[in-house]
Design a protein around this ligand. Structure first.
Ligand code: ASP
Length: 254
């Protein structure tokens, strides 16, 4: 199912110690703690589960799925989300790797260090043979963020959103600004009005620039017909992958 595909696909990035922006090996907050945000939204029931500022657990999207399937809540946060994960059978583990700890120490001792550092996140949208849509998003958030910061990624309609009648969308970029616009909700609503996935992504990013923000923000979207699209604003290139029976391709918007 698309639900399994999104969970397992995102797990790949979360468990990769070389990926410094998701899960295990993600860059920590300013105090050296890795905290993760994730959401998974499942079309058939229009249900979602999410975790914010989750600590010491390696597969945040799977904990989000437990919130979706085992509770009537949508979002759990912080150490209490960790306690929930442990109750669900997850193991508490160190998420800093030698490499990510070294990068934090280097940042810490640089007197001119910049406060935040933009990086990637994984967002996924899948549609399965039954036509069911799932969207998900997982990130360790901005590196060196202030302790307690939760970004856009675990917020329904910001990090990811889907509607089983229309399609889904997922986001990456400057979450502090993006979450003020609910861009994945907007993208799905634009597709509902008949826009193509790419047009819908562009239109919803335009809301951000129209208000005068000059940030990096990227969206992917898939509609019910299985058509996909993407768009970005800002200077950073946006690589994204498309896989369907006809196509298996990584594209980059520069
Ligand atoms: N959106 C993520 C956040 O703000 C970071 C990113 O995607 O680069 O936490």
């Amino acid at each position: 199912t698309s639900l399994d595909a999104v969970e397992k696909g995102i797990n790949n990035a979360e468990l990769d110690p070389e990926n410094s922006s998701v899960g295990f090996g993600g860059l920590p907050d300013e105090d050296g703690e890795v905290t993760n945000d994730a959401v998974i939204m499942w079309g058939p029931k229009h249900a979602a589960g999410a975790v914010g500022c989750l600590k010491r657990i390696k597969r945040p999207i799977s904990v989000a799925r437990k919130v979706l399937e085992k509770t009537r809540h949508t979002l759990l946060v912080g150490d209490d989300a960790t306690a929930f994960a442990v109750k669900m059978g997850f193991k508490e583990e160190e998420l800093l790797t030698e490499k990510s700890r070294a990068r934090w120490e280097e940042w810490k001792k640089n007197p001119k260090h910049t406060d935040f550092w933009n990086h990637d996140t994984i967002g996924m949208v899948a549609i399965d043979k039954n036509g069911d849509v799932t969207a998900g998003c997982s990130t360790s958030g901005l590196a060196w963020k202030i302790r307690g910061r939760v970004g856009d990624s675990p917020i329904v309609g910001s990090g990811a959103y889907c509607d089983n009648d229309v399609g889904g969308a997922a986001a990456t970029g400057n979450g502090d600004v993006m979450m003020r616009f609910c861009p994945t909700l907007l993208t799905v609503e634009f597709m509902r009005q008949g826009m193509s996935p790419t047009e819908a992504c562009e239109k919803s990013l335009q809301r951000i620039t129209d208000k005068g923000y000059r940030v990096s923000a990227c969206l992917v979207a898939v509609n019910k017909k299985g058509e996909s699209g993407a768009a970005k604003i800002g200077v950073r290139p946006f690589p994204h992958a498309i896989r369907n029976p006809a196509l298996d391709e990584v594209r980059t918007i520069r």
